[in-house]
Design a protein around this ligand. Structure first.
Ligand SMILES: Cc1cc2nc3c(=O)[nH]c(=O)nc-3n(C[C@H](O)[C@H](O)[C@H](O)COP(=O)(O)OP(=O)(O)OC[C@H]3O[C@@H](n4cnc5c(N)ncnc54)[C@H](O)[C@@H]3O)c2cc1C
Length: 73
C-alpha cells in the first residue's frame, strides 16, 4: 500500500453518509457486557464503537447486538 499513493480530490456529500468510522476502541470494551475497561459503569453500543460494517444490515445488527449486551450486562 505504501507504493500505491492516492490523492483524495473530494468527499461525497454528508447527506450520502451512512456510517461513522472510528470511535471507542473495542480493545477498551469488555465484549460480554460492553462496559468500558477504563471507566467502571460506562457502557457503549452502536456507532460510538470503532466497528464499521458493510451496508446491508450489519451496522444495524451491531447497534442492536451491542445495545442488547449492554442492557443485559
Ligand atoms: C442514510 C443512512 C443509511 C443507512 N443504511 C444502513 C443500512 O442499510 N444498513 C445498516 O446496517 N446500517 C445503515 N445505516 C447505519 C445505521 O443506521 C447506524 O449504524 C445505526 O442506526 C447506529 O445506531 P446507533 O444507535 O449507534 O446511533 P443512532 O441511530 O445515530 O442513534 C443515536 C441517537 O442519539 C441521539 N442523540 C444524539 N445526541 C444526543 C444527546 N446529547 N442527548 C440525547 N440523545 C442524543 C440521536 O438523536 C439519535 O437518536 C445507515 C445510516 C444512514 C445515515
Amino acid at each position: 500500500m505504501k507504493a500505491f499513493p492516492i490523492t483524495i480530490r473530494d468527499f461525497r456529500p454528508v447527506d450520502e453518509a451512512i456510517i461513522t468510522d472510528g470511535g471507542v476502541s473495542v480493545k477498551e470494551i469488555k465484549p460480554k457486557t460492553m462496559e468500558s475497561k477504563l471507566v467502571s459503569g460506562l457502557y457503549f453500543a452502536g456507532e460510538i464503537i470503532d466497528v464499521t460494517g458493510f451496508t446491508g444490515g450489519f451496522n444495524l445488527q451491531i447497534a442492536f447486538s451491542t445495545a442488547n449486551a449492554a442492557a443485559l450486562g
